[in-house]
Write a protein that binds this ligand. Structure first.
Ligand SMILES: Nc1ncnc2c1ncn2[C@@H]1O[C@H](COP(=O)(O)OP(=O)(O)O)[C@@H](O)[C@H]1O
Ligand SMILES: [Mg+2]
Length: 295
């Protein structure tokens, strides 16, 4: 079975998409097969990995984006997945092993106009289809918006674990607390749709501090987060082995540049292949190694 991880925090702008794209690339570099599912209507991960021209074709036609699976008989996940998504200028595959289930702006219709069969909520439709492609992957990662509305629910219902990206500030801590509360409610609501083969509902397994500026001491916000995590662990509201990862991601200009270039940082940085370098590429590498050990 693939490990399925939803990246979510109730606070926006913490660096979820940057983290998921670069973590996915680091997993691929470690020899893993990865599917990234974009469930954020803003489509940032899809635009990043496809670059604007390819993504625009999907967005303007509405064909080929994940929303199609919710229109009965229209599309199946297996036909929407874009294999080896990252391409160079002449269409060469730059990172074989990283696949994308893209989204477009029409995903917002799932929250408003969608009137599907209430006996088959969107998250069930998604989970059933995902199960058919799951054997192709070691990791399936879900980029979720900062809420637990229908799109997010798809990732959370299918996931086995949750990774919470956080910044060293009070709002990230509030976002984490709110997330744990909302998760509990969603798991209760969706319990009757779970099959035993899916395993238990996803709990928070990891918290990762992101965009840490040089010289900024994060001990106090980290300690506050740890205290909250300890309380949730004692109350069994997060996974028994839930932890703040030792690896943390520094603030680096190359992460911002990466979006414009349509590449993960590992394909930009000159010394990316050298694991002894002290750089952001190795922050992501350390994070993936820690996640691999945590399994
Ligand atoms: N490690 C980092 N270093 C520098 N900038 C970062 C880093 N992580 C994220 N950012 C920047 O922060 C902003 C928000 O990141 P993004 O990944 O879009 O967050 P989210 O998906 O949570 O909304 C973006 O401009 C992104 O380039
Ligand atoms: Mg995002």
């Amino acid at each position: 079975m693939a490990r399925k991880i939803a990246f979510i925090n109730y606070k926006g702008g913490v660096g979820k998409t940057s983290l998921i794209v670069n973590t996915a690339a680091a997993f691929v570099k470690a020899g893993k097969r990865v599917l990234l599912c974009d469930f954020d209507t803003q489509s940032n991960a899809s635009i990043w990995l496809l670059k604007l021209d390819r993504w625009n074709k999907i967005n303007s036609s509405g064909e080929g984006a994940v929303y199609s699976i919710f229109e009965p008989g229209k599309s199946h996940i297996k036909d929407l997945i874009i294999r080896d998504v990252i391409e160079g200028k002449s269409g060469e595959r730059l990172l074989p092993g990283l696949d994308l289930l893209p989204t477009a702006f029409n995903l917002v219709d799932l929250e408003n106009e969608y009137t599907g069969d209430p006996k088959r909520p969107p998250y069930l439709v998604f989970q059933e289809q995902l199960a058919l492609v799951e054997p192709n992957y070691d990791f399936i990662l879900f980029d979720c918006p900062p809420n637990i509305l229908r799109a997010s629910q798809c990732g959370i219902f299918a996931a086995n674990e949750i990774c919470v990206p956080a910044n060293p500030d009070a709002l990230s801590l509030i976002g984490f607390t709110l997330l744990v509360e909302k998760l509990q409610k969603f798991h209760m609501l969706s319990a009757s749709f779970r099959r035993a083969s899916m395993g238990p509902p996803a709990q928070v397994h990891s918290i990762v501090f992101n965009a840490i500026k040089t010289g900024v001491d994060i001990e106090v916000p980290k300690m506050r987060m740890q205290l909250r995590l300890n309380q949730f662990r004692a109350a069994k509201r997060v996974a028994a082995n839930a932890k703040i990862l030792d690896a943390q991601i520094r603030d680096a200009m190359v992460v911002r540049r990466a979006v414009t270039l349509g590449l993960p940082v590992v394909l930009i940085s000159q010394d990316a292949a050298d694991p002894s370098q002290d750089n952001v590429v190795n922050d992501y590498r350390r994070m993936t190694l820690e996640l691999l050990q945590q399994a």
